[in-house]
Design a binder for this molecule. Structure first.
Ligand code: UTP
Length: 447
């Protein structure tokens, strides 16, 4: 992009101040600023400025009702598993991982997926995801293409981690990396913020940036070419997730759902998970925990159980055609008011109080657009233990303990009792579930 092109584009959306210091920059810095400006789309700038005027998109949750959540058992479970296995054997299932986050709470300097979590081997989070996908594809005789969303900040390190580990056994042609977008930060008046004279402050566009990134990168087209119809979505920080499990895939297919969610019972009324609700006009929406009233958090049903019991840990199955339909639409924006370094009279000033807005999109905001949605309950202990914080709740320590507890139950089924406190680890390719461990037998390796 040339200076004149940049000037014209920025003028078209009222942001020409971005070039205020251009003439004073070195040739190299000028080139870098123009490159950055070329990634900014005027229509997105206008969209962000409008969202600021409205104060962001918020939901009035007061009219929301709890959705019907299926708990599959016996014959119903068997039927769902059969339907899921059929989909897997037909090669119609893909895995989609969002791994573009900054992991600021964990405070790890690198992509969160490279964080060591194996209780014995110290293998990273990516290892457990990739090995589960490999195991599942071996079991059903068809590849499960793996789409990994990264960010500009962590893409190179993510790809390197896969390369150095021989893709954890996956065929590289079945692994597709793509990068989410970055959006400029703005003042309350809708002006793009420069955090250096030759640099625009930009931040990742949130996990909802997935849709635009899937389209832009050609990942959606690749899915279509491969004949994918069910897309299993998960987050990088949860090594307990049962990727592309047949019961969930099958339930999604049987319900002819466009967007299916696995939900688990909240551990306490204020647990910080999103809550899908049904609204009077018939659509479902995800209500964030911050948007629920005290009364809603504590409301009980006739049997004394929490009325809004089932929260979403972001484990989904999407219909591929639904993703395609949604990918060209604008998504709601969520605003975060933050301290952002700003250039004043050519000098960088670090503010003491929030002074600017970041914009994020959330994937669950497409839920109301689904013609059909389905909700399936699962046991939190079995499938959800995220690594969010460095210590305390949802930390590496709690996650490793939950991984070990899950494997210990499999070992018991295989006839081996495990003493508490003894570390355990099972390669998903050796055994993907308790039944497989029983079949394979337990051979102990000593490290
Ligand atoms: P979180 O909301 O936990 O954010 O992301 P985070 O960045 O990992 O961690 P903190 O909040 O900075 O501590 C949930 C999932 O969404 C992905 C993350 O990689 C994680 O898998 N994500 C989040 C993205 O892919 N892009 C984003 O912009 C944000």
């Amino acid at each position: 992009m040339t200076y004149l092109e940049a000037e014209k584009m920025l003028k078209s959306c009222g942001q020409e101040h971005v070039l205020a210091y251009y003439k004073k920059l070195s040739k190299k810095a000028q080139g870098e600023l123009l490159k950055q400006v070329s990634t900014i789309e005027p229509k997105n700038v206008k969209y962000c400025a409008e969202a600021l005027k409205k104060g962001g998109d918020k939901i009035d949750s007061s009219k929301g009702k709890a959705p019907k959540v299926a708990v599959l058992k016996g014959a119903a479970l068997k039927k769902a598993i059969e339907a899921g296995e059929k989909e897997l054997k037909a090669g119609k299932v893909a895995a989609l991982l969002v791994a573009g986050g900054q992991g600021s709470r964990l405070g790890y300097d690198g992509p969160k997926g490279c964080y060591s979590i194996g209780p014995i081997t110290g293998e990273p989070l990516f290892y457990f995801h990739a090995r589960k996908i490999l195991a599942r594809s071996i079991r059903y005789g068809k590849p499960i293409p793996f789409y990994v969303m990264t960010s500009e900040a962590n893409n190179a390190a993510t790809v390197k981690c896969f390369e150095e580990n021989d893709y954890f056994g996956l065929d590289p042609k079945d692994v597709f990396f793509f990068t989410q977008g970055m959006w400029p930060g703005m003042t309350a008046e809708g002006k793009i913020i420069l955090d250096e004279p030759g640099h625009v402050f930009m931040s990742p566009d949130g996990h909802g940036g997935l849709l635009a990134a899937l389209k832009r990168s050609g990942a959606l087209a690749d899915m279509k070419k491969r004949g994918i119809s069910s897309v299993f979505f998960f987050q990088v920080d949860n090594p307990l997730v049962e990727i592309a499990d047949p019961a969930f895939i099958g339930y999604h297919v049987m319900e002819k759902s466009e967007y299916s969610l696995k939900l688990c019972a909240k551990r306490d009324p204020y647990e910080k998970v999103g809550m899908p609700m049904k609204f009077p006009s018939g659509e479902y929406r995800m209500v964030e925990y911050t948007e629920m009233s005290d009364e809603q958090c504590n409301r009980k049903d006739k049997s004394g159980k929490l009325y809004f019991l089932y929260g979403s840990p972001a484990i989904h199955v999407f219909d591929r055609a639904f993703l395609e339909r949604e990918a060209s639409k604008n998504m709601p924006l969520h605003l975060a008011f933050k301290k952002i370094p700003t250039v004043v009279d050519g000098k960088v000033v670090k503010p003491d109080a929030p002074n600017g807005y970041k914009f994020e999109k959330f994937i669950f905001d497409i839920l109301p657009n689904a013609k059909r949605a389905a909700f399936l309950a699962f046991d939190q202990k079995e499938e959800f233990s995220p690594v969010k914080n460095a210590e305390g709740n949802d930390s590496p320590a709690t996650c490793k303990a939950d991984m070990i507890a899950k494997w210990a139950k499999w070992m018991e089924k295989a006839g081996v009792s495990v003493k508490e406190g003894v570390p355990l680890e099972i390669d998903p390719v050796y055994a993907l579930d308790a039944e497989e461990l029983v079949k394979m037998g337990v051979w102990l390796s000593v490290y």
